[in-house]
Design a protein around this ligand. Structure first.
Ligand code: ZN
Length: 465
């Protein structure tokens, strides 16, 4: 069985092939830049990064678009309260977002379109919807999408629309399923909008949130593309509305695969400021956790399961990474100067297990399980002296290859570089020759560079001092 994903649209696991052979077009709903993103937001971005990296690992070229929502109800309110222009207000949170995803070793998307740079595209889409009769102008000059004109409405969220009140309208960007109604594509300017507004053929105003994603995804990925992701809270209304607007305008299927990640909770409870369990990435960094520890924690639970964030599990993430680092250092030392030979069987088994698990709707628990089985089997093989330099090098290469998906090792702080490894090797040599003063001198040299070395039955172990 090949690569397959659980598709919210079909409610089952479907085999995946892109529309264009070899090339996956992926749209990931990005941040609304009105505050520092919290760890629940980053859970979604890390899941999307895992998806992107695994698609690349499978040999696909990936074109990923992540939008920046820099005009909507929340950003306008935030700018007004801060006494800043919309641009000045959102810019600080855009910068913060890019810094944060870098800290988490999230690969950059190919495009980060900002909504305010794509107003003409949105107006164009609206004109099409008006022309085709899916949209209408209300008394106040706003434009609404008429959901009764689009019979497929509710398919993604599996809505029962039998109780729908004809002609009911909702102006806010966010609302509950029970309030399904004609939604705003364009909001007529009012005094709360201040300086924010654009001229359109039907009057001054600003786009609704949902139309932003339809216009920008189709601009960069085409009218039909492969995968659209977000959090489960995006299914309704955001993604439902995106489908309606896009398919009504083009008459073509919008997206084939919809992937949604579940919520993050903290200590078994909904994360909220009032409960005092609300964390941004920066809060956790301030407590001394590293980006990759937080990445591991956010990634290690399957994306469709609730992630229960606790400081205990973050501590466990740290221990798991220590184990991976130590194993890699051991392979580094064992393989020094060797070229890769045949893959030992414990590596082959792990690699096959890793791929089989990830193919199955990104089963990360299975993939990490295969990786730690490799650590266990590899340590055992090295203890027994069954692994020569060539085998260790082959294992190291396979490890690095799997890490193209996990993204845990590249950003490892405190990985010993070649010079350090050279000193360790020279010290080993001195010890073998029973040249104790030289061995001691090299130990001190390593310490001066920030490394302690401990001699164990498994060979020297390096630790950051
Ligand atoms: Zn979106």
């Amino acid at each position: 069985m090949g690569l397959r994903f659980y598709n919210t649209l079909t409610r089952k696991v479907d085999p995946f092939e892109p529309l264009e052979p070899g090339h996956v077009r992926l749209y990931t709903c990005g941040p609304t830049v009105y505050n520092a993103a919290h760890i629940g937001n980053f859970r979604a971005y890390v899941f999307e990064d895992l998806l992107r990296r695994y698609l690349k690992f499978k040999g696909f070229r990936v074109t990923q678009v992540m939008n920046l929502t820099d005009v909507d109800d929340k950003t306008i309110k935030g700018a007004r309260e801060a006494g800043l222009s919309l641009n000045d207000f959102t810019r600080q949170f855009k910068d913060m977002f890019f810094e944060d995803v870098k800290t988490l070793n999230v690969e950059p998307a190919e495009h980060y379109p900002a909504a305010t740079d794509h107003i003409p595209e949105m107006i164009g889409l609206l004109e099409q919807l008006m022309k085709k009769g899916f949209a209408y102008r209300s008394e106040d000059g706003s434009i609404y999408f008429s959901i009764k004109k689009f019979p497929a409405y509710g398919r993604l969220a599996h809505l029962d629309l039998s109780g729908l009140k004809a002609g009911a309208r909702v102006a806010q960007d966010e609302y509950e399923k029970e309030n399904a109604a004609d939604f705003a594509l364009w909001k007529a300017w009012d005094e709360k909008d201040g300086e924010v507004g654009w001229e359109a053929p039907w009057g001054r105003g600003r786009p609704g949130w949902h139309i932003e994603c339809s216009a920008m995804s189709m601009k960069y990925l085409g009218e039909s593309f492969d995968i659209h992701t977000g959090g489960v809270d995006n299914i309704f209304p955001h993604h439902e509305d995106e489908i309606a607007q896009s398919e009504a305008a083009t008459g073509k299927p919008f997206v084939r695969f919809w992937l949604h990640c579940a919520h993050l909770i903290v200590d078994g409870r909904k994360m909220s400021k009032s409960l005092g369990n609300f964390y941004t990435l920066r809060d956790l960094l301030g407590r001394g956790y590293s980006g990759r520890e937080i990445r591991y924690e956010l990634m290690a639970t399957h994306y469709r399961q609730w992630l229960n964030f606790t400081f205990d599990s973050l501590q466990a993430a740290r221990a798991a990474l220590d184990r991976l680092d130590e194993f890699r250092r051991r392979l580094d030392l064992a393989s020094a100067g060797s070229v890769a030979g045949r893959m030992p069987s414990w590596v082959e088994v792990a690699r096959a297990g890793f791929v089989a698990a990830m193919d199955d709707d990104l089963n990360i628990s299975g993939a990490l399980g295969a990786l730690f089985d490799m650590v266990h089997a590899g340590n055992k093989a090295m203890d027994a002296g069954e692994t020569d330099g060539a085998a260790a090098r082959a294992a190291l290469d396979a490890f690095a290859d799997m890490d193209r998906v996990l993204g845990l090792l590249q950003s490892a702080q405190g990985t010993a570089d070649a010079a350090i490894q050279g000193l360790v090797a020279r010290r080993q040599q001195a010890r073998a020759e029973k040249n104790w003063p030289e061995a001691d001198r090299l130990r001190k040299e390593l310490l001066a560079l920030g490394w302690t070395v401990k001699d164990t039955p498994r060979g020297p172990q390096l630790k950051k001092a």
